[in-house]
Structure formats: structure tokens, C-alpha cells
Ligand binder design. Structure first.
Ligand SMILES: NC(=O)c1ccc[n+]([C@@H]2O[C@H](COP(=O)([O-])OP(=O)(O)OC[C@H]3O[C@@H](n4cnc5c(N)ncnc54)[C@H](OP(=O)(O)O)[C@@H]3O)[C@@H](O)[C@H]2O)c1
Length: 429
């Protein structure tokens, strides 16, 4: 028996879904007795070349050919963005169709509403591809690790920024040049702001944290700093000090209170996350029973993302055969406030430009001493124009102190500018 799928969108991911469904149809039929078949595909332009040869699949510009077709049991959404994807998904669910989506923006912003409508209509919504491309993250957090209290999520979950920072590290180039390369190679979109300003990673962190910590977090809960201000100079100093700079997403459950952040962070070269390069993604998960786990793989791309989408489709086919639906990732959710913990301790990297005069270093050392921030490493380089560049890595200090020091340093007589302040990850916890 055929199980009909309606596909919304047939771009990078959608075209991969068409070919992978075809490739696996026979195997799924052998396993479940149902052969998945893509019946109709909604696009904007039916004449466009999509790098895939269509056989029995029908391309259409009419949404109701997918949403109102009684034969279609599963709708796969690969349009992206909020509208019209949200309206189409809600329409499909309200007709009792099951939905698979790769849309992180939509799930991060409207996940609770979509899951509620799904539950009201006894339909399933699966979204493994929304975070981490091919890497199984949603499934393990939702199912395999459910016996754990997950306390920590820490990872590199945006491939574009990781590619840019990797290029800056290996080629010693500035941010703008690395961004141009990412765009010309198709790793970054023409409008790259969502990636480079950290929003894409923040949305993924919202999805992962809501599942891992059994609560509902919002995008505004995440403290986000992007990578635009990172310079080749910072990357070079980080390298000299034994670190690499990564855009790190961190979610922590401190006994019922959460902290969530996405920000550039110095990672020791010996740390496994330091070796996650190019467009790869990785996520560390700490569970009270499982201990530390690391998930690693391709976070984007046609076939890696199709792998996660079609994996969800096959789960649905299996579930339908068994007669159950998956309507909520979390079951009953608890309320956990998201806070900014002033006492969270990190080492910090400070890069300052100071007037190259006698007594400057003594003044800076006195300032750090009075702030109770002992220095682990100090580099001082002469730069032009009568100014010297000073890089300091502190021992662990509360994040509130680092913020306050950053502000107060501007007022020290001999300091010309505070160029960059970043947290530094420990080698091992
Ligand atoms: N690309 C990746 O590596 C990747 C990785 C993980 C997750 N995702 C997610 O997967 C989703 C799809 O991404 P993508 O890269 O495949 O996007 P894409 O290449 O831009 O494809 C979007 C598709 O949607 C169709 N579309 C757009 N607006 C439409 C509308 N109003 N009505 C009908 N069809 C419409 C387009 O039709 P036309 O072709 O006719 O213009 C196109 O086929 C997004 O949510 C994205 O965040 C992507």
C-alpha cells in the first residue's frame, strides 16, 4: 500500500527529500508494509530546474493540491521562514495530516502553538532536521536520554559562522573576507545577518533547551552576541594563547533556573569542540546518568538535511502502522525561569589598546587586582601611533565582574580603547 506524501517547497532540502524517499521506499515497504511516495509538490515556479528528475510526482503552484488532498497523510514542509509555512502547516494539521518540517525559525517561534494544534487533531509534528542537519539531536534528547536530568547543552550549532571562524583561523583573514568566501561557496546567504549575528544558533538553542530541560523557553531568553566584531587580531592572539574562537551556544539548568547564551568564546585547542571545523556542527550534552555525550556531523546541506527529514517520515510510517501519534516532544512541561546569573564564573579574554607610557601596565595591573581578577596570561605588543596592545586572560571571575570591568576600563586614564572581551572555556570540567 502507498503512503502519500505532500511536499511543500522543493529547493535545497526538498529536492534531497524527493530523491531519498525514492531511494528508501522499497526498504520502508519491506519494513512496514507501506511504501512512501511523494505525490504532490508545492513550489512557486513549476518550470524551474531543481536538479532532480520528477517521475510520478506532480509539481503545483496551488497549495490546496497538497493541503486538501485526502490521499495525502503526511505533509513535509521545506519552504522555510514563518509565512506561508505556518499557515500551511496549521491547515495540514487541522485536517489531521501529520507534518515533518525542517523549519527552525518556525519551531523556535511558534512551536507551542503548532504542537497544540497537532495534539488537538491527533496528528504528529516531527522536526529533527530543524537543528543540526543530519545529526540526531531532537530524537536522542526526546527519547533516548529521557531517563536523564540533562543539565548542560554546549555546542557549535551554526555551520556558517563556524566556517567563517575556521577560515579566519587557518587563512589569517579578516571577518569580511571570510564572509565573502562563505557566500561565494554557498555556506552563507546574501543576507547573512541571521547567521553572523547569532540568531540562527539562538533559535536552535531555544528548540534544544525546550526539549532537554522540559520547559518552554523563548528567543528573547537567549543572551546573544554575534561574530561581526571578531577580528583577525583576536583570532591570532587566541591562537598564540592556545585557543580557537568559536560561536558557542550554551544552555544550563542550575537546579531549576536556566541560563542560555550564544556568544563567541575562546576554546582551548585540546577541547574536542576546538576541532569542529568548517560547516560541521557538534553538541555536548551532560545527563546525570549518561554523563557527557558529544554529537557531531554535518549541520546542513541537501542530503544531510534530507537524511533527518526522511528519517522522521519513516518514523511516522512506523508509528502509523503501530497506530500511535507523537503530538508533543515533552509531555507535561515544567516552568523554569531563564535568568542571568551574575555568579556564573568564566575565565575572560580582554584585548585593550593603551597609551604606550611608563606606568600604564602598573595601572592596569592595579585595576585588575582591585577588581579581584587575577591574571593568568598577559601579552603586551607595541603597535603604532604611540599605543600598545595588551591582551589579558584572567583566572575565573564572575560574569558580572567581567561586564563591570569592561565598562570601567574605558575610564582608566591610560586606556585608549577596550577592543574585545570574550569568555574562555575551560579545558576540561
Ligand atoms: N539548506 C540547508 O542546508 C538546511 C539545513 C537545515 C534546515 N534547513 C531548513 O529547511 C528549510 C528549507 O531550506 P532550503 O535551503 O531547502 O530552502 P530553499 O532552497 O530556498 O527552498 C525553498 C523552497 O520553497 C519554495 N517556496 C518558497 N516560498 C514559497 C511559497 N510562498 N509558496 C510555495 N513554495 C514556496 C521554493 O519554491 P521555488 O523553488 O519555486 O522558488 C523552494 O522550492 C528551511 O526551513 C531551512 O531553515 C535547511
Amino acid at each position: 500500500m502507498d503512503l502519500h506524501i505532500g511536499l511543500l517547497g522543493c529547493g535545497t532540502v526538498g529536492a534531497g527529500v524527493v530523491s531519498l524517499v525514492r531511494r528508501r521506499a522499497g526498504k520502508v515497504a519491506d519494513m512496514t508494509g507501506s511504501r512512501p511516495v511523494v505525490k504532490s509538490i508545492l513550489v512557486r515556479d513549476v518550470s524551474k530546474d531543481r536538479g532532480v528528475v520528477f517521475e510520478h510526482e506532480r509539481l503545483t503552484q496551488e497549495p490546496r493540491d497538497v493541503l486538501e488532498d485526502e490521499d495525502i497523510q503526511v505533509v513535509v514542509e521545506t519552504i522555510g521562514g514563518i509565512e506561508p509555512a505556518k499557515t500551511y502547516i496549521l491547515q495540514a494539521l487541522s485536517r489531521g495530516k501529520h507534518v515533518v518540517t525542517a523549519n527552525k525559525d518556525l519551531i523556535a517561534l511558534h512551536g507551542p502553538e503548532i504542537l497544540r494544534v497537532a495534539a488537538e487533531n491527533h496528528a504528529s509534528v516531527l522536526f529533527e532536521a530543524a537543528v543540526g542537519g543530519a545529526i540526531p539531536l531532537v530524537g536522542p534528547l526526546k527519547e533516548n536520554l529521557t531517563a536523564n536530568e540533562v543539565t548542560d547543552l554546549k555546542g557549535i550549532i551554526n555551520g556558517t559562522t563556524n566556517f567563517i571562524l575556521s577560515e579566519m583561523t587557518t587563512r589569517h583573514i579578516d571577518f569580511e573576507e571570510a564572509l565573502d568566501m562563505a557566500q561565494s561557496l554557498g555556506y552563507a546567504e546574501a543576507d547573512s545577518s541571521s547567521d553572523v549575528d547569532g540568531l540562527d544558533a539562538a533559535r536552535k538553542l531555544v528548540i534544544l533547551s525546550s526539549i532537554a530541560f522540559h520547559t518552554q523557553v523563548h528567543l528573547s531568553d537567549v543572551k546573544v552576541v554575534g561574530i561581526r566584531h571578531i577580528t583577525a587580531t583576536d583570532v591570532r592572539y587566541a591562537d598564540e594563547l592556545g585557543y580557537v574562537i568559536k560561536l558557542l551556544a550554551v544552555g544550563r539548568d542550575h537546579g531549576g533556573e536556566l541560563t542560555l547564551s550564544v556568544r563567541p568564546t575562546l576554546i582551548p585547542k585540546v577541547h574536542p569542540l576546538a576541532h569542529v571545523s568548517d560547516a560541521y556542527n557538534a553538541l555536548y550534552v551532560r545527563g546525570d546518568a549518561a554523563g557527557d555525550l558529544m554529537f557531531f556531523g554535518r549541520g546542513a546541506g541537501r542530503m544531510p538535511t534530507a537524511s533527518a527529514v526522511v528519517g522522521d517520515v519513516i518514523s511516522l510510517v512506523r508509528n502509523l502502522k503501530l497506530g500511535y501519534v507523537v503530538s508533543s516532544p515533552n509531555g507535561t512541561m515544567s516552568y523554569k525561569p531563564v535568568v542571568e546569573r551574575e555568579d556564573e564564573r568564566y575565565k575572560y579574554y580582554f584585548r585593550l589598546i593603551a597609551h604606550d607610557q611608563p606606568g600604564v601596565f602598573a595601572a592596569i595591573a592595579q585595576f585588575f587586582g582591585e577588581a579581584n581578577a587575577s591574571m593568568e596570561t598577559v601579552l603586551q605588543k607595541r603597535v603604532h601611533g604611540g599605543c600598545a596592545e595588551i591582551v589579558i586572560v584572567t583566572h575565573e571571575i564572575p560574569s558580572a565582574s567581567a561586564r563591570q570591568m569592561q565598562l570601567q576600563l574605558q575610564d582608566i586614564l591610560h586606556i585608549h580603547s577596550v577592543e574585545c572581551v570574550m569568555p574562555v572555556e575551560s579545558a576540561a570540567e
